[in-house]
Design a protein around this ligand. Structure first.
Ligand code: ACO
Length: 333
């Protein structure tokens, strides 16, 4: 029997219509377009409509990914959602809510909680399920309505994040030229306090108690940790797969900060044309940023069957990860 590989069969994404520009933020907090562009690369981000929760964005991206994989909802036998802004505080999972919206019933659905690294954690899990034969077609979704957890008086965080969703179908193939070659995920929970959203059992939200379940981040510390961890990570994943940077068709990093992306690209000697950037238009869409960026490549007709992508992400936990993914879907016409 030939070996089963997990393959990214398709990609889909959705970004809400409402734009929040740097000029808009200048009216809300003490900041400038110049500071935001220079320090982060972000020009605008999207914000979910009042009636859209993370699952609504995720379900739209998911339907597109399933259709592009030429599959029906009934073919999906696992759903993993990655989010830090799920519909509910802990239960039900956003994956279960998305499954309900899609009508994908009686299948396992759970969330991969790894903040901005969530999509890579979901990818690692789906790969293992598919390669072990426990799933045939896994849907992985990164979906964020993180604007709901933004303190729009905290200029150090609120200028960074945007809403959106991306999804991919991970299925089985016997063709190694379409395989997810490797996924590497890590964490350092001793440094959780660099980046968190309060309101859980450590400091629960209670009636009568003033509480702000907003995202808090030590930006500068996180920045340095991200550059170091990601540079080492991409060097290691390339080395253990006997690859060098020139063999990467597209570097699709988590879009947290243009300076982080450039530093990691330089650490492995990538050319600018290998680096996929969407941060100027969407900001940091957390677990959705990588699939949204892959979707951008796909819709620009720059993603071909078999193209080797290097993905990387860093986020709350702390968590980080990287992946080498050969696109297994059809080249868009
Ligand atoms: N506008 C103007 N000035 C600002 C703003 C703002 N929006 N935000 C901060 N500043 C000021 C600070 O107050 C500080 O002023 P001071 O020197 O007078 O004290 C100055 O700018 C520099 O602040 P730093 O925090 O040192 O700025 P830095 O260059 O580090 O950029 C940033 C901040 C953009 C947040 C950066 O540190 C970063 O991108 N961090 C990493 C983010 C990340 O990767 N997070 C992980 C993924 S996200 C997730 O998992 C949810």
């Amino acid at each position: 029997m030939s070996k089963i590989y997990a393959s990214m069969l398709s990609i889909g994404a959705y970004s809400p219509e409402k734009r929040l520009t740097n000029a808009d933020l200048e009216k809300m907090v003490d900041t400038t377009d110049e500071w935001i562009v220079k320090r982060t690369g972000i020009k605008e981000r999207r914000v979910a409509a009042d009636d859209q929760a993370a699952s609504d964005l995720g379900a739209i991206a998911a339907r597109q990914a399933i259709e592009r994989a030429n599959l029906a909802i009934g073919d999906i036998d696992l759903i993993i959602a990655a989010t830090l802004s799920g519909d509910f505080l802990f239960m039900p999972s956003t994956a279960a809510v998305i499954a309900g919206k899609l009508g994908a019933l009686n299948i396992p659905a759970f969330d991969a909680l790894a903040a901005c690294s969530g999509f890579i954690y979901a990818l690692a899990t789906a790969k293992a399920y598919v390669e072990s034969g426990m799933a045939s077609n896994a849907l992985i979704v990164g979906a964020e309505a993180s604007s709901r957890f933004m303190d729009y008086s905290d200029r150090s965080v609120c200028v960074l994040f945007g809403d959106g969703a991306g999804a991919a179908v991970i299925g089985a193939t016997d063709d190694p030229s379409k395989a997810i070659a490797d996924v590497k995920i890590s964490s350092d929970g001793a440094q959780w306090d660099n980046l968190y959203i309060d309101g859980g059992s450590k400091n629960p939200i209670r009636e009568g108690k003033p509480h702000k379940p907003f995202m808090r981040m030590k930006g500068n510390e996180t920045f340095k940790l991200a550059v170091r961890a990601l540079s080492n990570d991409v060097i290691e994943i390339l080395a253990r797969n006997n690859l060098n940077a020139s063999q990467i068709a597209h570097f699709v990093p988590h879009q947290a900060n243009l300076r982080i992306i450039k530093a990691v690209g330089e650490a492995i000697g990538l050319r600018e044309d290998q680096v996929v950037l969407t941060i100027d238009r969407y900001g940091n869409t957390s677990a959705a940023s990588i699939p949204m960026a892959i979707n951008d490549l796909y819709e620009a007709k720059r993603l071909k069957t078999g193209d080797l992508m290097l993905l990387d992400a860093f986020g709350g936990g702390l968590t980080w990860g990287s992946a080498l993914v050969r696109f297994g879907g059809e080249t868009p016409r």
